[in-house]
Unconditional design. Structure first.
Length: 294
C-alpha cells in the first residue's frame, strides 16, 4: 500500500529519529511513501484557541490527501487523533463541512471525508501483519523484556474509534514479541507520561515521567518502547532533568521508538534508524544483542 507520510510538527522539529527510522523500515515492509506537497500542522495546538481554525487545518490536510488519492500515515498520536476527531465532527455537521469547504475552495481543495488517517501501529498490524515482520527479523531480540508505552492519545477517547482497546491494548506488545523480545503487562502500562503538564507545571510533569520510569526499572524491564513523539520526549530526553529535579535519582532506562527496535531486529545500522539521536542509554541494549549490527 501507499500512504502520504504525515510526520507532525514535533517529529520534524525535535524528534527526527522517528521519521528517520520510519522512512528506513517502512519500505522494507512493502509500504510505499508518497510525498504530499503543501501539508501543514494538523491544527491540534489551536484547539483551545480557535476551534474553527483547528477544523480547517485538519480538514485541509485530509483534503490534500484526497486530491492525491491517498490516505495519511500519521506518526504523531496527537495528529492522528486530531484528524479522526475532525473527521467525526464533519461527518455529523453538514453546515460545518460546507463552511470548511468554502474556505478550502480558495486553494481548489475539497473535503469529502474519503481520505483517512492511519496510525503507524495500524499499518504494522493490519497492513503489514505480525507474520511478515517476523519473517524479516535477522537479529532476534531474545531474552530482552520491554515495557510497551502507547501514550494517551493513541487510545483515548475511544468513542471515535482509535487503534486498540483503551483499557487493555495489545497491538504494540504483539509487535514487540514479533521481534523475539517479551512484552509483559505491568500496573503502570496506561499511565500518562506527564507531557500535557510540561508547559504549565514542568516539575510535576517530570515527577509523573520519573515515577513511571522508576516503576518500570524496578520491575527489571530492559527498556521502554513507544510510538508517541511527545512521550518519547518526556521519557527519553528528560531523564537527566528527572534525576536532577525529582526524587527519582536512579532513573536510567533505554527508550526506543518501535520503528527503531524494528530496525535493530532487521539488522539495520544504528545511524540509519536514528539511534544516535536518543538521549537515553540505548547502548545497553546494543551490547546485549551484540553491538551495532552492520
Amino acid at each position: 500500500m501507499r500512504f502520504g507520510l504525515f510526520p507532525g510538527c514535533i517529529v520534524q522539529s525535535e524528534q527526527y529519529a522517528f521519521e528517520i527510522s520510519a522512512r528506513e523500515t517502512l519500505p522494507t515492509l512493502g509500504i510505499q511513501i508518497k510525498e504530499i506537497d503543501g501539508l501543514s500542522c494538523c491544527g491540534y495546538s489551536l484547539k483551545n484557541v480557535s476551534i474553527p481554525a483547528w477544523f480547517y487545518m485538519s480538514a485541509r490536510n485530509l483534503a490534500l490527501a484526497e486530491k492525491n488519492e491517498i490516505d495519511l500515515l500519521s506518526l504523531c498520536n496527537g495528529c492522528n487523533l486530531s484528524f479522526r476527531e475532525v473527521k467525526n465532527y464533519l461527518s455529523e455537521n453538514t453546515k460545518l463541512r460546507e463552511r470548511i469547504n468554502s474556505l478550502l475552495s480558495m486553494e481548489e481543495l475539497k473535503y469529502t471525508g474519503k481520505a483517512k488517517s492511519w496510525h503507524i501501529l495500524e499499518v504494522f498490524n493490519q497492513v503489514v501483519g505480525v507474520e511478515k515482520i517476523k519473517s524479516l527479523v535477522k537479529v532476534p531480540l531474545n531474552g530482552l523484556k520491554f515495557a510497551a508505552h502507547y501514550g494517551c492519545h493513541a487510545l483515548r477517547p475511544s468513542q471515535i474509534g482509535l487503534i486498540d482497546d483503551p483499557e487493555n491494548p495489545h497491538i504494540l506488545e504483539e509487535l514487540i514479541q514479533a521481534l523475539g523480545a517479551s512484552a509483559v503487562d505491568y500496573p503502570q502500562r496506561l499511565d500518562c507520561c506527564g507531557q500535557g503538564l510540561s508547559m504549565t507545571t514542568g516539575k510535576t510533569a517530570l515527577k509523573i515521567s520519573g515515577g513511571k520510569l522508576k516503576a518500570i526499572q524496578d520491575q527489571l524491564f530492559d527498556g521502554v518502547v513507544t510510538i508517541c513523539p511527545f512521550c518519547m520526549k518526556m521519557l527519553d530526553s528528560k531523564q537527566r532533568a528527572i534525576r536532577v529535579s525529582t526524587d527519582y535519582k536512579e532513573v536510567n532506562m533505554p527508550i526506543f521508538y518501535y520503528t527503531q527496535l524494528l530496525g535493530l531486529a532487521m539488522g539495520l545500522d544504528i545511524e540509519s534508524i536514528g539511534l544516535t539521536l536518543n538521549s537515553s542509554p540505548v547502548g545497553e541494549i546494543l551490547n546485549k544483542i551484540g553491538g551495532n549490527k552492520k
